[in-house]
Ligand binder design. Structure first.
Ligand SMILES: [Zn+2]
Length: 253
């Protein structure tokens, strides 16, 4: 058995031992609790919030599940992108600290956000896989860790749907930040390649932040094109593939 990554033990402590809200740090069960000291209600609330890493007050101060937005990946084929929340306080700060400063203490609130994402209808562990947004090797080496892979592992646990890493990122562009939409799109041309054919028909793409959706769009387009191309001769019904996309947050960088 592999040893637990350091972040996993931290998350375990936050989940099972800490009784403080991961955002306001107020004791979730104290009598000064924002909402209630009524024990049955508190139990119900923490059950509803999925082990309650945030207190009810903080949970309700965040806008969850904004309407999905659509991007085109082929003529007449759109990819719906569902985010857990907006790229706004406090998720924005948590993502930045986690991604850019490897602040693992922020993982708990991000996991709380991930758990707001409903499992896609009809998807389960034998007919679907989660496809994490791939990162480039130089980027991985520079950062030393891959935030999207850590987050998608948590999403995989939450939905009980396996990860599939059959796509590689082949561009050597540094970042999408600060580019216009058209610059982003051309930057992403040919950025991805399939290294194997998907094992199932339902592919759930995942990225941490979807700004314009350009990265998820390019990933979806690549998968659609390469899978259709591969199957054109062998399997007439190649378009039975179902792609959907999820992100932790939607908004501007
Ligand atoms: Zn709180």
């Amino acid at each position: 058995m592999r040893a637990l990554a350091p972040y996993q033990s931290g998350l375990w402590l936050a989940e099972y031992l800490s009784i403080r809200c991961q955002l306001c740090r107020i004791y979730r069960s104290s009598s000064q609790h924002h909402l209630t000291n009524n024990i049955p209600n508190l139990k119900k609330a923490s059950k509803r919030l999925g082990r309650g890493l945030l207190c009810t007050h903080c949970h309700h101060s965040i806008t969850w599940l904004p309407n999905p937005f659509l991007v085109d990946i082929a003529p007449n084929i759109t990819l719906p992108i569902q985010a857990a929340t907006y790229y706004d306080y406090p998720i924005r700060q948590a993502i930045r600290a986690f991604k850019h400063h490897e602040d693992m203490t922020k993982l708990a609130i991000l996991v709380h956000a991930l758990r707001q994402l409903p499992r896609p209808k009809g998807c389960h562990n034998t007919n679907s896989v989660i496809v994490p947004m791939p990162t480039t090797n130089p980027r991985l080496v520079k950062r030393g860790f891959d935030p999207v892979s850590i987050l998608s592992t948590q999403l995989s646990k939450h939905w009980n749907i396996p990860l599939w890493q059959g796509v590689e990122r082949i561009d050597d562009t540094n970042t999408q930040q600060g580019l216009t939409r058209s610059e982003r799109l051309s930057n992403l041309d040919n950025a991805f390649a399939l290294t194997q054919m998907p094992p199932v028909k339902r592919l759930i793409l995942f990225d941490d932040v979807a700004t314009t959706g350009a990265s998820l769009q390019a990933l979806g387009r690549t998968i659609h094109e390469q899978v259709s191309h591969f199957y054109t001769s062998a399997l007439p019904s190649a378009n039975n593939y179902e792609l959907s996309a999820y992100a932790l947050a939607h908004g501007s960088q």
